[in-house]
Design a protein around this ligand. Structure first.
Ligand code: ADP
Ligand code: MG
Length: 688
């Protein structure tokens, strides 16, 4: 069969409609897709030995002749054995297969096979159980470095390996070399056909390394070039010019004097907005560093210039809180602030929409409800997204589309290691608020086991009697034995709150809140807690983001090992916001080494950047950002955290190419252009 890159997998022998569908689930439709379906691991099946020299207990290939007709026996229902003896010049091997009855006829006496498995020695006899078996001369899965692919039900690794083998043999050479010759030469990268061959079927690990290096470099190169293009496209765009000589009248509104870091970042925003091109700035600041004031400053600048501002928050609770505090701050300056969230009545929403369209509201705070098509603005000039990691790039884009190239300010409390921020936010300018408001007392953190639970309850009572408030966070909402694979003792919000109320703290006011409550109920409980009407709030991580109750002085996290470090850091940031010494208690009975190391990191530092780096090391970037929320294209082989050195080389290479050919319009860059287009499929207009 003649293969092309576009040959559908259904043309491959053995692939009917059912299997084709399963392959489609893995994103594989054509021979070309197979080339790009990279192994997740490799198994070294090269080591060969004679029977007599074969090491015990280590995987090895033995070439031997089947010395008898295989014997089939049925031990009991559901358990068949095929037994056979094989010999080479050095000795004899007893082989047993479980539940592979067909081998009784498939293995022929007098023929040679390669058996791959582990040898067990039993007295004087040597044994192998369930070896991978292939006739000599037809080897595809023994005697080689076997690629191990990510699979789905109904597609075995052997099938996958035989499909990629065909694709590699038939069309690896048809993939056009996309990387410019200069780049290949300067960075000593392997050729494309070599790389596809060796990423799937390397003869040595050295060859695999060369292939990997090239493919990773290539992917990072397209990523870096694409992000640079996005950034460049923006620098050509015109945005609303916001003139503002000084922030003094805004600063007079603040009930505190801003920190030097806040002032610096406010100034950076002011300059961006005056510059004539749309601002696209990320403000990173640890929890409690005072990002809201920076957002307010930017809004104030826009509004002074007759433009509207929209602030998008990830939860209703947070949107309401922002709306309240911004109204308090800005209404003395005559600024009208509105709220738009899903739980408002149709009439209320309609009213807000009308005022926005007419330009009567100058600042609107809302949730995703702001993205709705029916929301229109008179003259939207600034979009602010709070807690950025919860919004994708496309959601930000949906909101900015409601204005004419408005300024964009993104605020994130998830500190991203600097090296990574460079690429993740390749199309944003980054400001860091690296200073906390004065007078903050660092939160003291403890990790405890079950044995200290009673003491902890005592501590809760003591603080409550002093007038402080306490958060208790649990991982699950309801008792549901199924959802935690039978893990006992997982504190769940509803039953835990009940237990606390009745048995532990009958003398305290205990409330609970979780994501499944109706918004109204949530609001009521959060409101009561803010107003000091509850001593203890039991909750899920709905309180993770942004909620501000300065009187809360103790954060308890149950089953702390189930949370990511950055998440724990966010949770801890809910306390220590007032003038009281605050505490964070992480409860965990996990004995695993990794859990302990992770939790210990929380007691060692309160620096969000350090914690983020630790988290990244321990969990990798996929988990770190969660669910592709960063909005970056999906990478196939590169690992943003692990391939840092290659990343900076690829960035350098991309920069050099774009300096020479800013729009990639030279003929030798057409292939690069196409690949970037594919990678950034979601940003179809990347090249305008
Ligand atoms: P975050 O960066 O986590 O969003 P906030 O903007 O919510 O932080 O600020 C946290 C708390 O600190 C708020 O109560 C806010 O009023 C207060 N705050 C912010 N900046 C200052 C400052 N410069 N001095 C004193 N308090 C401040
Ligand atoms: Mg905030």
């Amino acid at each position: 069969m003649e293969l092309g890159l576009n040959t559908p997998v259904s043309d491959f022998p053995g692939i009917g409609p059912a299997r084709a569908q399963k392959l489609a689930k893995l994103g594989i439709a054509t021979a070309g897709d197979l080339l790009h379906y990279f192994p997740r691991n490799y198994e070294d099946r090269r080591s060969r030995s004679s029977i007599i020299r074969a090491p015990e207990g280590e995987p090895v290939c033995i070439q031997a002749m089947v010395a008898e007709t295989p014997r089939l026996s049925r031990v009991r229902r559901g358990l068949d054995l095929v037994k056979v003896k094989a010999v080479d010049h050095s000795g004899m091997l007893h082989i047993t297969y479980f539940n592979q009855a067909y081998l009784k006829d498939a293995l022929r006496s007098g023929e040679e096979y390669i058996f791959f498995g582990k040898i067990e020695v039993n007295g004087r006899s040597k044994q192998m159980t369930n070896p991978v078996t292939e006739p000599v001369g037809k080897n595809t899965v023994t005697g080689c470095i076997l690629p191990v692919y990510p699979l789905t039900a109904g597609i075995s690794n052997n099938l996958m390996a035989s499909l990629t083998r065909r694709a590699v043999d038939g069309c690896a050479h048809l993939v056009e070399e996309a990387l410019p010759k200069t780049v290949l030469r300067d960075y000593e990268l392997a050729q494309s056909d070599f790389s596809y061959k060796n990423i799937h079927f390397p003869e040595h690990f050295e060859l695999l390394d060369l292939a990997r290096r090239r493919l990773i470099f290539e992917e990072l190169f397209y990523l870096a070039a694409g992000l640079a293009l996005l950034k460049g496209r923006r620098s050509g765009a015109r945005g609303p010019v916001c003139r503002c000589e000084s922030l003094t009248s805004f600063l007079d509104l603040l009930p505190f004097s801003p920190t030097a870091a806040q002032l610096r970042v406010m100034d950076e925003c002011r300059e961006d907005m005056a510059g004539g091109r749309p601002m696209n700035r990320l403000v990173q600041g640890d929890v409690g560093s005072g990002k809201t004031a920076v957002a307010a400053a930017a809004a104030w600048v826009a509004i002074q210039n007759g433009l509207q501002t929209a602030l998008m928050a990830p939860t209703e609770i947070l949107a309401r809180q922002h709306a309240n505090s911004l109204r308090q701050l800005l209404s003395p300056a005559g600024i009208r602030v509105g709220l738009l969230v899903g739980s408002m009545t149709q009439a209320q929403k309609k009213d807000v929409r009308q005022q926005l369209k007419a330009g009567d509201l100058q600042l609107v705070v809302g949730t995703h409800a702001l993205l709705s098509g029916s929301v229109e603005f008179g003259h939207l000039g600034l979009v602010i997204a709070d807690e950025q990691h919860r919004f994708g790039v496309s959601q930000r884009a949906a909101l900015t589309a409601k204005g004419e190239r408005p300024h964009v300010l993104v605020m994130s409390a998830t500190p991203i290691p600097r090296t990574l921020a460079l690429i993740v936010y390749g199309d944003l300018d980054v400001s860091v608020i690296d200073e906390l408001p004065p007078g903050r007392i660092p939160v003291e953190t403890f990790v405890i086991g079950e044995d200290k639970r009673q003491r902890m309850y005592g501590f809760v009572r003591k603080l409550a009697h002093e007038g402080r408030q306490v958060y208790m966070v649990c991982p699950a909402v309801e008792d549901n034995p199924d959802s935690w694979e039978g893990l006992p003792d997982l504190k769940s919000v509803t039953s835990y709150a009940e237990e606390l109320r009745r048995q532990v703290f009958p003398d305290l006011r205990v409330g609970f809140v979780h994501g499944k409550l109706k918004t109204k109920e949530k609001e009521a409980v959060m409101g009561a807690f803010s107003a000091g009407e509850l001593d203890v709030l039991v909750s899920t991580t709905v309180i993770e983001v942004g909620v501000d109750v300065p009187n809360a002085a103790l954060m308890i996290v149950e089953n702390a090992e189930r949370f990511g470090l950055s998440q724990l850091h966010q949770l801890r940031g809910r306390v220590g916001r007032g003038k009281h010494q605050s505490y964070c208690v992480l409860v965990s009975s996990s004995r695993s080494e990794v859990s302990r190391t992770r939790l210990k990191a929380m007691t060692d530092t309160t620096d969000g950047f350090k914690i983020a780096e630790e988290d990244l090391k321990l969990r990798g970037p996929g988990d770190f950002f969660g669910n592709r929320q960063h909005g970056l294209p999906q990478l196939r082989i590169a690992d943003l955290a692990g391939d840092m050195r290659l990343l900076s080389q690829a960035q350098e290479a991309a920069r050099a190419v774009l300096t020479r050919d800013p729009n990639l319009s030279l003929p030798e860059h057409q292939a690069v252009r196409e690949r970037i287009h594919t990678l950034f499929a979601e940003q179809a207009d990347i090249f305008n």
